[in-house]
Write a protein that binds this ligand. Structure first.
Ligand SMILES: [Zn+2]
Length: 73
């Protein structure tokens, strides 16, 4: 199973890695995609900065997993 960044088409075997990529890139295009999915880039960033582990990436990871499943169909 591979996950594709919906913005720049970077490929990763791991949804959490891709979530980290999207947050880490954080440019206008990647932020815009997050916002288009009704998530808030700044909220995710705050959650990630103020918690241990990957809490901030979690909603994005789940979203990428759902999107990848949808693409498989
Ligand atoms: Zn990307």
């Amino acid at each position: 199973m591979f996950y594709h960044c919906p913005v720049c088409h970077k490929v990763s075997p791991n949804a959490k890695d891709l979530a980290r990529h999207i947050m880490g890139t954080g440019n206008k295009e990647h932020r815009g995609w997050i916002e288009s999915k009704c998530l808030s880039f700044s909220k995710l960033l705050t959650a990630q900065a103020t918690s241990f582990g990957d809490k901030g990436y979690q909603p994005l990871t789940e979203l990428l997993e759902r999107e990848a499943e949808r693409d498989e169909e």
